[in-house]
Design a binder for this molecule. Structure first.
Ligand code: PLP
Ligand code: MG
Ligand code: MG
Length: 618
């Protein structure tokens, strides 16, 4: 709705002394005039033109309007003798559309406007529950909330929907009828004293208007000193309290995801309930898919993103269980240099593939000639090679491009778990010869958990059509096909996580993947230097370090206890993560998410305190 009309001609006689002889609309709460608050809310909800019917002390409005090109003023020169019906009729040359009609002396919560705009019907009178303000106008309806009449005397009404707030939604047709009613009055007297409420009462006999109930809405009008007192002491403080976003404690998560998020990402999940089968939600998922693809390839138009509800492992399992064709009688190869590679091997075994494992050191880089020899010397032919890009077990970054070259040579499809590298370490599927990658929403994307995805060339996924299914929920081809045809996921998506991901992607766009990795790397550099000062040993050589996660060897001190260190840091708002190695006692620090070098410095200060005061090691 583009237009709003504010009736502001009145004398405000009951408030004159209190308001320094200004119109009521210029009463201030926290130094903000009522009219400014109202206009700002209307503009926030997309209103583009605001027509104000002025009269008493128009000069205040003239001055106010200089800051708002959206405002037009129309003076009712007869404001002392006429009522607000006349002021409304007086705007007839300006009003060209359906509009929101507001009184000028209102203080109200923003959602009053939203609830009217969100309702598809055109003629609505907003009603609140009981206010006990002492000046109530009751809205009378039939049993179906069709408006019949409003009155200060409840005994005149059949059924009361609530109290008149003073905000209505009026169609152009209804406005025409209100004008006709005013013209009728003008035949009797040039200065009719009826109010706009009388106009609504009159047209309701022939035109369907409805009460829109806003249960619990905080609002008041300010007509006299008591109203003003109530607004200042009760209504305004409660509105301010409700409209303030909840202040959340900021925790510094140094575990490798779910990572620390921005407040704007956290807030993005507070959205009106929506059925995910609605078109707008399908569009949201489409936009997100397009952006996720763009982070993985220089040829986005040839690729698809298959979304799943589930953690990263869900998409890894969807991949492994969907792409291998058993009728080909080929084996699959898994590189295992950490817990996540080992898990891929376990999955391949569970799905009863003929699986070979190439084991590699957890701290040393993969030896590419050994890998190639392994492939060449194997009696088996491999259809796929599964591996992890950033092995989060240790922080080692595997050279997927080098593996990609070997795979290309041996006609093996390379499928990579990029769960903890995607959106930080640059990936180009085309250049690196990656046929499939997998990632998730809650690591470097800095969104909420619940969404995981597989990215691959569209033709590649379409080629999976004839593979006999091993799975149902996790079937990559079916999920792809359904999304392509319907812009929907087959099963319930994590709705709110998608809104967070949308926000997170727009924040990533602003920062840029390159700068995000730079920020992470700076955090890592700070960590590395701090650890060196504390004489703590790390596992992976800098050349093969992801710069996203560091494995630290526990100090050789019997007083050192990871759980105690964890609890000590947690009490300071910092979360650290245990190690995952079987042969060495270690712990891990990830530096992904919405964190900055200052956060790492804070961690180092507390780590030092712990080592000095509790372990006496330094
Ligand atoms: N793969 C890698 C490389 C990971 O780092 C992780 C989680 O840390 C996973 C897989 C598993 O992801 P999720 O816990 O979301 O299932
Ligand atoms: Mg009133
Ligand atoms: Mg009033």
């Amino acid at each position: 709705m583009k237009t709003a009309v504010i009736l502001a001609a009145g004398l405000g006689s009951r408030l004159k002394e209190l308001n320094d002889d200004k119109p009521k609309a210029f009463l201030e709460l926290s130094n903000i005039p009522l009219i400014k608050r109202s206009v700002d809310i209307l503009l926030k909800y997309g209103v583009q033109e605001i027509i104000i019917g002025t009269g008493f002390k128009e000069e205040f409005f003239v001055k106010f309007a200089t800051n708002y090109p959206q405002i037009q003023l129309v003076n009712n020169y007869h404001y002392t003798e006429t009522g607000s019906l006349y002021t409304l009729w007086n705007l007839r040359n300006k009003i060209k559309n359906d509009f929101l009609l507001l009184e000028s002396d209102l203080l109200y919560e923003q959602w009053a406007i939203k609830t009217l705009l969100d309702d598809a019907r055109t003629d609505l009178i907003l009603c609140s529950s009981r206010t006990n303000s002492g000046d109530e106008v009751y809205v009378g309806t039939d049993d179906h909330l069709r408006f019949i009449k409003m009155s200060k005397d409840p005994s005149e009404l059949h059924s009361i929907a609530g109290e008149l707030v003073g905000i209505s939604k009026i169609s152009l047709d209804t406005y025409q009828e209100i004008c006709n009613f005013c013209v009728k009055q003008l035949r009797e007297t040039p200065t009719p004293t009826q109010h706009y409420e009388d106009g609504l009462n009159a047209v309701a006999t022939t035109t369907p208007l409805f009460a829109k109930i806003a249960t619990g809405l905080l609002w008041c009008e300010i007509d006299n000193a008591a109203h003003l007192e109530r607004a200042k002491k009760i209504v305004y403080p409660r509105i301010v309290d409700r409209e303030q976003p909840a202040k959340l404690t900021r925790n510094i998560l140094l575990n490798p995801g779910p990572a620390t998020t921005t407040d704007s990402v956290k807030a993005a999940q507070v959205v009106p309930d929506i059925c995910p089968r609605e078109k707008s939600f399908g569009n949201l998922m489409q936009d997100i898919s397009t952006k996720l693809i763009a982070l993985a390839t220089s040829e986005p138009e040839r690729y698809s993103c298959v979304l799943f509800g589930g953690s990263g492992t869900a998409a890894v399992e969807a991949l492994i269980s969907s792409v291998v064709d058993p009728t080909q009688n080929k084996a699959v190869l898994v590189i295992n240099n950490g817990a996540y590679g080992a898990r891929m091997k376990e999955m391949a075994s569970i799905y009863k593939y003929d699986v070979e494992e190439f084991k590699s050191s957890q701290y040393q880089p993969i030896n590419m000639s050994e890998l190639e020899e392994f492939i060449s010397n194997s009696a088996k032919t491999f259809s796929h090679l599964f591996m992890v890009h950033h092995e989060t077990t240790t922080g080692i970054l595997n050279d997927i491009q080098a593996v990609g070259e070997i795979c290309a040579k041996h006609k093996i499809e390379l499928a990579v778990d990029t769960i903890s590298s995607y959106a930080a370490v640059p990936i180009d599927m085309e250049k690196m010869n990656l046929q499939y990658i997998v990632s998730t929403s809650n690591k470097n994307l800095q969104a909420m958990p619940g969404i995981s995805f597989v990215i691959a060339k569209s033709v590649k996924v379409e080629g999976l059509l004839n593979i006999p299914p091993n799975n149902l929920y996790l079937n990559l081809y079916q999920q792809y096909k359904y999304f392509k045809e319907n812009s929907q996921m087959r099963f319930t998506p994590p709705v709110q996580s998608f809104y967070c991901l949308k926000q997170a992607l727009s924040e990533l766009e602003k920062e840029g993947v390159h700068m995000r990795y730079k920020r992470y790397s700076k955090c890592w550099q700070t960590l590395k230097e701090g650890l060196a000062q504390l004489k703590l040993e790390t596992l992976v050589d800098e050349a093969h370090q992801s710069k996203l996660l560091t494995t630290i060897v526990n100090p050789h001190n019997p007083l050192f206890n990871f759980d105690k260190l964890h609890d000590y840091l947690l009490s300071k708002g910092i979360t650290i993560y245990p190690g995952k190695l079987t042969d060495k006692a270690t712990f891990r620090i990830a530096n992904i998410g919405e964190i900055y070098p200052e956060d790492i410095e804070q961690f180092l200060v507390h780590l030092k305190e712990y080592l000095r005061e509790i372990c006496h090691t330094i």
